[in-house]
Design a binder for this molecule. Structure first.
Ligand code: BES
Ligand code: MN
Ligand code: ZN
Length: 475
């Protein structure tokens, strides 16, 4: 998609005028000005969308309601433009001018570009076109008085979200640990990044026995992936992003039921987010060294699968007694977080579809932010607010809950039972991060996937977390 700024006359045939509730925009139509609200009997409420075909150089006018001006943020514009693009593309419109009721600054221009890029994204790699589909995509979008730099930044952010969604939407028979590693290598090659991939032999040699055990029951052997972006000059800071990369989570021998097993192709969302973030930084080139780390593995039941009662040793030397093979994400992260802790980084952020409990606690629109580090938690929450991704923070300083993951025969249990499941999962991960490194764990299990379109989300993988991490990196 081409994203451009314009001033003066509308440069294409279709224009979408966005307005706040109760703030009636003046439209200049065929040289005469009119009040839009009268024309459409509109109020500017969120979700309002009116179409007005016209004669002349501009032949389609849309009026889009944004809701209350007082509540407006960058996300208001990101979401509204995404919905506008989704609707006009279904009408066969490929060139669109967007007018906002505020002068778009750099941040708003970026949000608009993101919304435009992700608005009409659909996962159609595996389907024939159907009636009711968008007949075209929006190819050119002009933002009135937009900031070019913001538009080009937003385009990169938007595309990163599509990269993550596209990967996460691809099923387990397509994306295996090996093909995920190949995608990482492709992104690294195109972006000039370093990328190291370890196979199942090297994984064992490198003492990642926890990761290896989880993958033992699958025909598709595990892969460890480490991507690095290094800026040209001295980096301002060094950060590591770690993603849970379970390409399919059947539960293993503690197999899931027929309901719970559905959508478990999305159990690699954290990893897909990491690959997408690495692609974006390879293009935006911030003064920050960025590490992207993924333990890619498929969790399957089999004669060779790891079992309940098995005791496995992670890279940092700690042993884990397996209570439940379905609590596999944290077992893989034990090794990848240990590895990340060996790097000389100022902070580690992991993203993982880790616990069903987080969705019970917070629903499907807010992710868990589990961290005992106040500074990093505030930075992530602030980045999330800009990005329009909501977090609720949990701390882990609770002795009684911590007892739930004590094992009589090993250093830790891999499950603390249902009570406080999101926090005890965080406490487990904490054992594999060097205490001096600020660390935050984002539990995205409730927000990784939507089965209806709304705001800037389509059906399927959401890429939740990508915008937050990129805002955090870019500052
Ligand atoms: N991948 C799941 C978590 C999940 C559940 C993600 C629902 C998205 C939607 C994870 O591996 C898992 O199975 N967790 C268990 C942990 C339990 C066994 C301690 C859970 O949440 O039930
Ligand atoms: Mn599981
Ligand atoms: Zn899982």
């Amino acid at each position: 998609m081409d994203l451009m700024s314009f001033s003066g006359n509308v440069p294409c045939k279709a224009v979408a005028v966005h307005c706040f509730a109760g703030v009636d925009p003046v439209l200049v139509l065929d040289g005469a000005s009119s009040r839009a609200f009268d024309l459409f009997k509109a109020k500017g409420k969120k979700g309002e969308f009116f179409r007005y075909p016209m004669e002349g150089a501009v032949n389609e006018l849309f009026l889009v309601g944004l809701g209350d001006k007082d509540k407006a943020s960058q996300s208001t514009f990101r979401n509204a433009v995404a919905e506008t693009v989704r609707k006009v593309s279904k009408l066969g419109i490929s060139d669109l001018a967007v007018v906002l009721p505020v002068a778009p600054d750099q941040a708003i221009s970026s949000a608009v570009a993101e919304g435009a890029v992700i608005g009409d994204y659909r996962f159609d790699r595996y389907r024939q076109p159907k009636e009711g589909d968008a007949v075209v995509s929006v190819e050119k979008l002009y933002l009135k008085d937009g900031v070019e730099e913001g538009l080009s930044r937003g385009k990169v952010l938007g595309r990163a979200q599509i990269v993550s969604r596209d990967l996460a939407n691809r099923p387990g028979n397509d994306i295996t640990p090996q093909t995920l590693a190949e995608e990482a290598q492709r992104i690294a090659k195109e972006g000039g990044l370093d990328c190291t991939v370890w196979d199942e032999v090297k994984i064992q040699e490198e003492r990642m026995s926890a990761l290896w055990h989880v993958g033992k029951g699958s025909q598709n052997p595990p892969r460890f992936i480490h991507m690095v972006y290094r800026p040209a000059g001295t980096p301002k800071k060094k950060l590591a992003f770690v993603g849970k990369g379970v390409t399919f989570d059947s539960g293993g021998l503690c197999i899931k039921g027929r309901e719970g097993i559905r959508t478990m192709k999305c159990d690699k969302t954290g990893a897909c987010n990491v690959l997408a973030i690495m692609e974006a930084v390879s293009i935006l080139k911030p003064d920050v060294e960025v590490h992207g780390i993924v333990g890619a593995v498929e969790n399957m039941p089999d004669g060779a699968a790891y079992r309940p009662d098995d005791i496995v040793r992670a890279r940092n030397g700690k042993t884990i007694e397996i209570v439940n093979t379905d609590a596999e994400g944290r077992v893989t992260l034990a090794d990848t977080l240990s590895y990340a802790s060996e790097l000389d980084v100022e902070a580690i952020v992991d993203m993982a579809t880790l616990t069903g409990a987080v969705a019970t606690a917070l629903g499907n629109y807010t992710a868990g932010l589990i961290s005992d580090h106040d500074g990093l938690s505030q930075e992530i929450a602030a980045a999330g607010a800009k990005a329009g991704e909501r977090y609720h923070r949990f701390t882990m300083d609770d002795e009684k809950l911590r007892e739930q993951i004590d094992s009589p025969v090993a250093d830790l249990l891999n499950s603390g039972g249902p009570g406080g499941g999101t926090i005890t999962a965080g406490m487990f991960l904490k054992e594999f991060v060097k205490p001096e490194i600020p660390w935050a764990h984002l539990d995205i299990a409730g927000v990784d996937f939507y089965d209806k379109e709304f705001d800037c989300y389509g059906k399927g993988a959401s890429s939740f977390g990508v915008r937050t991490c990129l805002e955090y990196i870019l500052g």
